[in-house]
Design a protein around this ligand. Structure first.
Ligand code: ZN
Length: 366
């Protein structure tokens, strides 16, 4: 009885804080971009110890390098969930991000496997479709067993029970689009710049992402258990490179999001230069409405009345696009329409010769 009351109280408290954060999120016009950097594990929780390396140290080193580089660049405010070797409960990590009213949550980890598996993968919150993804989430979530009141804190969540994961993606659903955008950038940089093996953008049920009310990703930078990747990730050179690739992805993400949020509050600077007939010959602009693992028929009734929605399968996920035009003015009108029709977190994407590029790059191409 007492535990039930306590659970109810905890639930109510979480509900109130989330509500407060949501309200704050909607109210405040943005003047700067806040990113919360989360180094996995720490303190009494070393994370995985593949090849004798320590995940908690490697994650922290990479996170600190990312933070320093972002601060040097300017324009992005950095908040750490930990900047030293301390134990931080999973739920507190999301709370730090929510309280900071952050724009982005980035968690960095290292993988482990009993084979010589290698490569990088970036996760967004969702239901895992494969046993493999479940295993990664299970491993990362099991750190709650080191927390004293984990049964209360996580409402009876059991990392090892598949049933516990059903429905946990709800809070992040709203931010899925943006989370995938960043995850895409991260994986592309790892693959193109660093020639790491691309294991893709994936979905699984990570507790650390569950209560964050902002776009959130969890990056598995590689396998410490692999005899080549382990030493690479443990080296200063490897960590510098991984950090630089993530910094570039965050930067790219922030500029593409900033463009559309500026437009939201009607202060877009390009508007002074008259947007009439802003034609970009080689570019196709589209509105990304949604992304997910579910394959939907592209009928108007599935998309709040929007006609001619297009579906494309990318990185194992279905993406749904609205509109296709080389006219930047036109796409902004369509974006407004999409938002009015119930897609507040939709955003403009750009393609050049069928390849997705950032809207910034597209606008610069003229
Ligand atoms: Zn980890």
């Amino acid at each position: 009885m007492r535990t039930n009351l306590l659970k109810l109280f905890v639930f109510f408290f979480i509900f109130l804080t989330s509500l407060q954060c949501l309200l704050a999120f909607n109210d405040k016009p943005r003047d700067r971009f806040i990113v919360v950097l989360d180094a996995g594990h720490g303190g009494k929780d070393p994370g995985n110890m593949g090849n004798g390396f320590k995940e908690k140290d490697i994650a922290l080193n990479i996170i600190l390098k990312i933070g320093k580089a972002l601060e040097r660049k300017g324009g992005i405010e950095v908040i750490y969930t930990r900047d030293s070797d301390v134990f931080i409960p999973l739920d507190k990590r999301a709370r730090i991000a929510n309280e900071a009213d952050a724009d982005l949550f980035v968690s960095v980890h290292c993988n482990a496997h009993n084979s010589q598996a290698y490569g990088t993968e970036t996760f967004v919150l969702g239901l895992h479709k494969t046993k493999e993804n479940f295993e990664v989430a299970k491993k990362e979530n099991s750190v709650i067993f080191l927390e004293e009141d984990y049964e209360v804190t996580y409402g009876g969540f059991n990392p090892n029970s598949p049933e516990s994961y059903i429905g946990m993606a709800l809070m992040q659903e709203e931010y899925l689009n943006q989370s995938i955008l960043l995850a895409d950038f991260v994986q592309k940089n790892f693959t193109n710049d660093l020639k790491r093996k691309d294991r893709g953008v994936k979905q699984a049920g990570f507790l650390v992402l569950k209560n964050a009310v902002m776009p959130s990703v969890l990056i598995e930078t590689g396998f410490l258990t692999n005899n080549h990747e382990g030493p690479y990730l443990n080296s200063t050179g490897g960590q510098n490179k991984m950090a630089a690739a993530i910094v570039e992805a965050i930067d790219k993400y922030a500029s593409s999001i900033n463009l559309s949020s500026l437009e939201n509050i009607g202060q877009v600077s390009v508007s002074n230069t008259s947007l009439e007939n802003e034609i970009y010959d080689d570019i196709t602009f589209k509105i990304q409405l949604a992304a997910g693992s579910k394959r939907l028929e592209t009928k108007a009734y599935n998309f709040k009345g929007l006609q001619n929605v297009e579906r494309s399968r990318e990185d194992g996920l279905y993406k749904y696009y609205y509109g296709a035009t080389s006219n930047y003015t036109k796409i902004n009108e369509l974006h407004k329409e999409a938002k009015q029709n119930g897609y507040p977190s939709s955003y403009i994407v750009a393609f050049k010769d069928g390849t997705k590029i950032t809207v910034n790059d597209a606008l610069k191409s003229k």
